[in-house]
Design a protein around this ligand. Sequence first.
Ligand code: ZN
Length: 407
Amino acid sequence: MMLVDGDAGSTSDWDDRWNHIKKFLERSGPFMHPDFEPSTEALSGFRNIHVVDMDNIDVSNLNRQFLFRAKDVGRPKADVAADFINSRVPGCFCPSFYLYLEFHIIVCGLDSIVARRWMNGMLLSLLVYEDGVLDPSSIIPLIDGGTEGFKGNARVILPGMTACIDCTLELYPPQINFPMCTIASMPRLPEHCIEYVRILQWPKEMPFGDDMALDGDDPEHIQWVYQKSLERAAEFSITGVTYRLTQGVVKRIIPAVASTNAAIAAACATEVFKIASSAYLPLNNYMVFNDVDGLYTYTFEAERKENCSACSQVPSDLHFSPSSKLQEVLDYLTESTSLQMKSPAITTTMDGKNKTLYLQSVASIEQRTRPNLTKTLKELGLADGQELAVADVTTPQTVLFKLCFTS
Ligand SMILES: [Zn+2]
């Protein structure tokens, strides 16, 4: 995390520095926000940008992440990005610790849906409701950009007011997985061979010790998977297994296209400008971009989902028969397209005490609670209308559900 900062009265301003921005802020126009009055007093220039990223720069980032150069490989991304911005846009930077509350606008360029949902949940958790009415000053707008090859999207989320990430979870394409039977017995593609090694051989052979999970960033791990995948491919006369493909499959890499990233980054930056200056109405609220074949963009208004488990403020109902097993509830939480949880932990309150029904992330608790999975909801002592609290990596908040028994 680095701070990019320039102080407003600094000598780094030069003549005409803000000319382009002035055209938007000092003149009226057809797309102006109805409540905005153009003037020379209007805000100009972003002077305070925090860059948050825990990663270091890898050589494979250089083709698409414009701020990084070969000499930067190994350095923290946040440091280098802040340096670059500061050298390009004169000012100064200093690192600082922060709370999400201190930010006015958050822009996300994340590579996973889980990370988006987490950030979404974080901003939802900061909302203040008084007697059920949202305090608008507690809203921190979230601008989210995403790309996948030649496709991209940019969206503006006003948490608690407009559709959130979880409201539109069904819009995201499912992650493509190969059927296990194909991987195990009828591989046809080089990817099938790599998946075989990743899913079946690695856990069985544990080549780097008992508790060592496969790390897609560790060249020795990838090398091992690569060699084993070659052997598997040879067995089935499959060609095309390469080191690069192995890493791509293990890390689920989707090739990044620099021009798509640039278009989406520009759209996000424009939205930040519109919201920060209040001079123009923001995107309402979801723009898709596609240049697979020609160039196409389309904007639509994603709608809030009334019973969104993240932003609706109402516990969702879970409809199960008393004779359903806890495993079925767990399957629903992970497989339902509107929830798509990853490793949900389910707790409830019984006789005034917290009771963990199932928790996967701590081995000892998993072992202790595993027998509950094969018990029925009735056997577990759960009642109609019982509240279940579910924690998951997809949100920093606990999600409440109400159990509704079906007969
Ligand atoms: Zn929502």
